[in-house]
Design a binder for this molecule. Structure first.
Ligand SMILES: [Zn+2]
Ligand SMILES: [Zn+2]
Length: 401
């Protein structure tokens, strides 16, 4: 079963006659909508704990910095200077990059060939520690080819930055500091997560490089610089929640800075400095962001104005998955009209050898979800009986996050 933990908590509480308390500096758009339209109660904290200041947010225009030669590797001079100043004051820095591994892309520099996973429709991430190309969807490792399989020349190079490569660059820029890295790869073994946190909170390491793992809930006294190395990779995701996710993630990692001192600065590196999400982040303006996002959601008819149900169809055969999804969507459209969108190919259209198609249902908030459920179930049974779903896996994601 797929469920949203927040909604499950609310249902569980109501079953027991209990109340649910949701707490966040960045509530989901749906939650805040319910809180401001009378469905939920709302209590606002308008000051930070003990009156501390929020960290100063600085946008760093990376294309401008590159033009002026003010970049080393993936670090703008400005970010580098802030980290150095923190080090001089005996304070700490957190550098956030939402990709693990060394480099997210391998490519032949002669013919443009990109090695992909045999089982998934994704390009492979280079991991230096293991010297392998790894699929982040099914974990299959591949050797780095000596010559390009397409043009037979030794042209394979790796591009972009993941946590491993950022860590390596941090070592060369701030070699005198002690550095930790926190991502899925460094936290696999027992206690390693706790050890990294404990080392950093005791000041045994001065710079923490990490993925999303560093954004949530950690309370360190001496962090005065937070660097968001590649804000664009958080913002540019083809999904209706991309802006919300980006705002939350960057605001949350920013909240790690300056919790006990007034020097907190957050450097946000971006090639897209005029993106609206960034302008709200600069002001720590959740309400402004919420209102902007809410009007976008209303205009394009997305939650909280409707409920979304994704229906996924998976199959080993690419032609079969297309025709099944097409037939399914047609029959569904006869029942639900223009509430049915698609089928389309999701962002990653093949995982573990299964091709994937997705149909999106937008259901009015006041519609009976029990009726929708029955209708979907009846359609599945009908198509199964007519042998139209053979070999296919069908599943639903209700209120996707
Ligand atoms: Zn794979
Ligand atoms: Zn090639």
């Amino acid at each position: 079963p797929r469920y949203n933990a927040r909604d499950a908590a609310i249902v569980l509480a109501s079953m027991h006659g209990a109340k649910t308390l949701l707490g966040s500096a960045t509530p989901s758009i749906e939650t805040y909508y319910k809180a401001t339209t009378g469905r939920f109660g709302l209590v606002s904290l308008t000051e930070r704990f003990e009156g501390m200041q929020l960290p100063e947010m600085r946008l760093i225009d990376m294309s401008d910095a590159r033009k002026k030669g003010l970049v080393t590797g993936t670090f703008a001079f400005e970010t580098e200077r802030l980290v150095n100043e923190s080090l001089k004051r005996g304070e700490q820095s957190i550098l956030f990059i939402n990709r693990r591994g060394y480099a997210p892309i391998a490519r032949c520099k002669l013919c443009g060939y990109v090695p992909k996973c045999n089982n998934c429709d994704v390009s492979l991430t280079y991991h230096r520690h293991s010297d392998k190309l790894v699929c982040h969807y099914c974990a299959t490792p591949y050797s780095v080819p000596d010559v390009c399989p397409a043009c037979k020349e030794p042209g394979i190079e790796v591009l972009g930055y993941g946590t491993e490569r950022v860590e390596e660059e941090v070592e060369s820029l701030f070699g005198h500091a002690s550095i930790s890295r926190m991502d899925l790869d460094t936290t696999r073994s027992k206690d390693s997560y706790e050890n990294i946190i404990e080392n950093f909170s005791k000041g045994k390491s001065q710079i923490l490089v990490g993925t999303q793992m560093v954004t949530k809930g950690l309370d360190f006294d001496k962090v005065s610089t937070v660097g968001v190395i590649n804000a664009d990779s958080v913002i540019n995701f083809p999904d209706f929640r991309a802006s919300e996710r980006a705002f939350n993630m960057i605001e949350q990692v920013a909240g790690r800075a300056g919790r006990r001192n007034e020097n907190g600065v957050v450097a946000i590196q971006t090639y897209n400095p005029s993106h609206p999400v960034l302008s709200y982040l600069l002001q720590h303006d959740y309400i402004g962001f919420y209102e902007h996002e809410l009007s976008e959601r209303q205009r394009y008819n997305y939650p909280p104005f409707v409920r979304v149900i994704y229906i996924y169809i998976k199959h080993r055969d690419q032609i079969a998955v297309s025709s099944i999804a097409f037939e399914y969507a047609n029959r569904l459209r006869k029942l639900l009209g223009n509430r049915v969108n698609g089928p389309d190919e999701p962002y990653v259209a093949r995982i573990q050898s299964l091709y994937i198609r997705r149909i999106m249902l937008k259901i009015e908030n006041n519609a009976s979800i029990t009726k929708v459920k029955k209708l979907l179930n009846d359609l599945r049974i009908e198509m199964t009986n007519q042998k139209l779903l053979s070999g296919a896996v069908l599943y639903y994601d209700v209120d996707p996050v």
